[in-house]
Design a protein around this ligand. Structure first.
Ligand code: CTP
Ligand code: CA
Length: 223
């Protein structure tokens, strides 16, 4: 079938994708964040749109530009990302590729902290909402397929399997981001797809190829 003529297997389907890091302000000029280029989430959104899906792409401040042909919602903080996700209309599937900061600075300042004032600043952290868990555990309007990510450095499959159960999502895409793998910031990824059926290891390949494979699996799952 010519996807261009048929409209693609995901035509008429609405899919939500989160991507990139979040930035949590310390003051107007400083922030804390996770490392994330946004490359894998961007490729996933591009691949889903390529299969005909109507994609809502909620992204933090990423290094790479968002793909063409998707509805882009730019956010900065985890709280803003949660609001954007909750405001996005009912989705058939949702993919949470964002590297959401786990904490925000509870005593963030509205004016710049000056370093010559009174010694080192004391930051107080408060936990951010878990966007993936919130959507996974929705009792009304939950997407049919909820896919999370798990970037781990040790016991990748065990940690990701536990994470899947804890959050209540359907699938987890797990990867080993130890520095020696060279995956963080690179163009390749080596992932394990964890579903109710178990763990499936995929060969190392380009992030675009991982995205294409995941998009076709999603299309199969929600057809
Ligand atoms: N996630 C999210 N909101 C958060 C934290 C994480 O939506 N506040 C999502 C991520 O987008 C990812 C998944 O949850 O899909 C797993 O993120 P991860 O940081 O690995 O999980 P955590 O529960 O934060 O555990 P950890 O202590 O390992 O960071
Ligand atoms: Ca985390």
């Amino acid at each position: 079938i010519d996807a261009g003529l048929s409209g693609g297997p995901l035509k008429g389907r609405h899919i939500l994708v989160t991507s990139g890091p979040t930035h949590e302000p310390i003051d107007p000029v400083r922030y804390i964040a996770n490392r994330s280029s946004g490359a894998q989430g961007t490729e996933i959104a591009r691949a889903l749109a390529g299969l005909g899906a109507d994609v809502t792409f909620v992204t933090g401040p990423a290094d790479v530009p968002p793909p063409q042909g998707v509805n882009v919602i730019k956010v900065e903080t985890a709280q803003q990302m949660l609001s954007a996700v909750q405001n996005a209309a009912h989705a058939d599937a949702a993919v949470f590729a964002a590297a959401v900061a786990d904490w925000h600075v509870a005593n963030a300042g509205t004016s710049k902290i000056k370093k010559d004032k009174t010694g080192l600043p004391e930051l107080h952290f408060a936990e951010n909402p878990d966007i993936l868990a919130t959507v996974s555990q929705m009792t009304q309007g939950r997407p049919d397929l909820v896919v999370g990510f798990a970037a781990e450095t040790d016991d990748v499959v065990a940690n990701a399997t536990a994470k899947r159960a804890r959050k209540g999502c359907d699938w987890i895409v797990a990867n080993d981001v130890s520095p020696e793998t060279g995956i963080m910031g690179g163009s390749e990824n080596a992932v394990t797809l964890i579903t109710a059926g178990g763990a499936e290891e995929w060969a190392r390949m380009g992030k675009d190829a991982v995205a294409a494979k995941l998009a076709s699996r999603i299309a199969e799952a929600i057809k």
